[in-house]
Design a protein around this ligand. Structure first.
Ligand code: CDP
Length: 237
């Protein structure tokens, strides 16, 4: 029986609690959904459960394919047990197709396909609006080492290959996504989550968005779309 201890942190869609084991934490997926640095907020019924199960499926698949993750097991419909990591304060984004912030930032045409997946670092800092940073910033401000930067890039791009394949096999395109890493016992391990809250997924045939862009752009049926993706990937909710 896992005991839910002190609240360690409360993010926009998840809460993290201590457990009786000081090396393991309880991650609770809430229905809360936010966009535009928290300016748009809503609770979407059932999203927490879908994301918890979605994340477990992806993390297990990555673990099986050589990417170590913090995921241990799901303990309830909305809660999972994870290894405690010392998180690096950076977000690793990979883009296969241009949309979102890169179009606003660089004036790139929406829908442009990158020949090679494009990797970007962002600083995890809501007050600053998660600004784009590069390797030199990470070194200069001691957010990570040269070796850790190389490992994060390498792992994020392997994750891209592995995930593009499973999405493509069921008629979906993985457009872009964000992942975060942490340190444990001298290793760099995938932390946080992989859910439709943190990636863009398009239907191959129709080009329809099936991810958090539905919420950002008021397209409706957010949870239903997450469910469609989960169902296609063989995740039972
Ligand atoms: O979402 P937005 O257009 O503001 O930013 P982006 O840089 O285009 O986001 C790239 C990918 O990372 C998208 O799949 C976002 O959902 C995800 N992301 C995230 O999950 N959390 C952030 N703080 C920023 C981006």
């Amino acid at each position: 029986m896992i005991e839910k201890g002190n609240l360690i942190s409360e993010g926009k869609a998840k809460s993290l609690y201590e457990t009786q084991n000081q090396n393991e934490l309880l991650m609770v997926y809430r229905d809360d959904t936010s966009a535009f640095d928290g300016k748009k907020k809503e609770a979407l019924k059932g999203k927490g459960e879908i994301n918890n199960k979605f994340n477990a499926h992806i993390m297990q698949y990555l673990d099986k394919n050589g990417i170590r993750t913090h995921h241990i097991e799901n303990v309830t419909d909305t809660e999972s047990l994870v290894h405690r990591l010392d998180m690096l304060p950076v977000e690793c984004v990979v883009r296969n197709i241009a949309t979102g912030s890169i179009c606003r930032r660089l004036g790139v045409e929406q829908g442009l396909k990158f020949e090679n997946p494009l990797f970007e670092f962002f600083l995890k800092d809501d007050d600053l609006g998660d600004p784009l940073i590069n390797d030199n910033h990470i070194i200069a401000f001691n957010w990570g080492t040269e070796e850790e930067i190389a490992i994060m890039k390498e792992k994020t791009l392997i994750i891209n290959k592995l995930l593009c394949k499973i999405f493509s096999d069921v008629g979906l395109i993985l457009v872009d996504y964000k992942v975060e890493f942490g340190r444990k016992d001298g290793q760099i391990i995938l932390g946080d989550e992989f859910t439709p809250d943190g990636c863009r997924i398009w239907d191959k045939e129709t080009g329809e968005s099936l991810d958090k862009d539905r919420f950002r752009k008021d397209l409706g049926d957010v949870v239903e779309s997450y469910q469609i993706v989960a169902h296609k990937l063989g995740i039972s909710i």
